[in-house]
Design a protein around this ligand. Structure first.
Ligand code: ATP
Ligand code: MG
Length: 367
């Protein structure tokens, strides 16, 4: 059981949007697909659903090939549940009738039983007679999920299903959805723009580059902790980037010397430094990390910097800074740090860097 995509490539005219995409999603697993706008994520879902004619490769659901260069099983015969961003419930049908939509093959009695079951599962059983416009965004989303699950699909295809919801609702609904998908045992392919959401939901993650190639695929922690490309490393929120030419296993950067011992002399190298790999120390002050006994940073002296702005994000402070005396073409850097509040504007501040947390890439591999 599950959804298996093999060697899928797709073009719109001369615009190649998918290149040799492979994905195996066994039942009960969720694969989250991430990538920049326009790289082909929705196209891949539409091909899997049968809404777009497959050009190259194959789609298998459980033991059946549903699309290859000879076969195209129509969408309604694939046993696929769909939930796209504009999940549009039918406005003239109440909640129960919306959910009943895909249950035409069941007797009225069986359909009613199934509607009760799925509405109960999404906690909407009490609102069966309500019309969509009287429901909140989160409630509508849950009805859409119930409608997609009602025919017991083997596969669910979700295209940015939570993007219309506000932050609190989004966290709640995605947690509920995760539970429902897991207990239903469907194979789920879900597109999201939100890396945090993918880390939360996914059994596997797949990151697509701007050219429609898969850059990396694997368990979420693996992708977060060992990004295979600079592009993937940068995908998880804002990161700092410095470049240099390797010499003697090191590059000189505005933030200090960075170890690139795996790179040959003369190689152009990009170092991606996530905000957590940088810490700022105010002269005479212990950093909060020092206080917790985790002052595990290199360059004990740090690099003198000038704070441009420090804004509280609740738990952390987002600090933008520049290296003192740096040329104009050296970019600003940033970090997130708990409890960083320089009291005096003229305080001496130094940036310390955690070498172990830096990701190093050859620039010729970049996308
Ligand atoms: N029916 C179509 N005809 C021609 N070009 C298309 C068609 N559908 C999509 N495209 C093009 O294919 C590319 C990929 O589109 P797609 O909708 O799959 O991207 P996406 O990764 O889902 O982007 P987003 O994150 O913005 O939703 C885009 O350049 C788009 O303009
Ligand atoms: Mg899309």
């Amino acid at each position: 059981m599950g959804l298996y995509l093999s060697n899928i490539s797709h073009k719109f005219g001369s615009n190649e949007v998918l290149k040799n995409v492979n994905a195996d999603i066994p039942s009960g697993q969720i694969l989250c697909l991430l990538g920049p706008s326009g790289c082909g994520k929705t196209t891949l879902l539409r091909i899997a659903a049968g809404l777009e004619i497959l050009q190259q490769g194959s789609v298998r659901i459980s033991d059946d090939i549903v699309a290859d260069t000879n076969i195209q099983i129509p969408a309604e015969k694939r046993g696929v549940g769909l939930m796209f961003q504009d999940f549009a419930l039918f406005p003239h049908l109440n909640v129960r009738d919306n959910v009943a939509f895909g249950l035409t093959e069941l007797s009225t009695e069986d359909a009613n039983k199934r509607i009760d079951e799925v509405l109960e599962r999404v906690n909407m059983l009490g609102q069966g007679d309500a019309f969509p416009h009287t429901l909140s965004g989160g409630q509508q989303q849950r009805v859409a999920l119930a409608r997609a699950l009602a025919p017991k699909p083997a596969v669910m295809l979700l295209d940015e299903p939570f993007s219309g919801l506000d932050q609190n609702m989004r966290v709640q609904i995605r947690e509920e959805t995760l539970g429902i998908l897991k207990t239903s045992g469907v194979a789920t392919l879900m597109v999201t723009h939100n890396p945090e959401e993918a880390l939360f939901m996914a059994d596997q993650m797949m990151v697509m580059g701007p050219d429609g190639r898969i850059l990396q695929q694997g368990r979420p922690n693996e992708i977060y902790a060992e990004p295979a490309h600079a592009y993937v490393a940068k995908f998880f929120g804002q990161a700092n980037s410095v470049t240099g030419v390797a010499s003697g296993g090191k590059i000189e950067t505005p933030l200090g010397i960075i170890d690139v011992s795996n790179c040959q002399d003369g190689c152009e190298v990009e170092a991606i430094i996530r905000p957590a790999a940088l810490i700022l120390k105010i002269d005479g002050d212990e950093t909060s990390d020092d206080k917790r006994g985790r002052g595990n940073f290199d360059f004990a002296d740090g690099i003198p910097v000038e704070v441009i702005s420090a804004r509280s994000l609740g738990q952390n402070t987002f600090v933008r800074f520049r290296v003192k005396g740096a040329d104009d073409d050296v970019p600003d850097f940033h970090c997130r740090q708990r409890g960083f509040f320089p009291e005096k504007p003229d305080s001496e501040v130094r940036a310390l860097i955690r070498q172990k947390r830096i990701f190093i890439y050859h620039t010729e591999d970049s996308v």
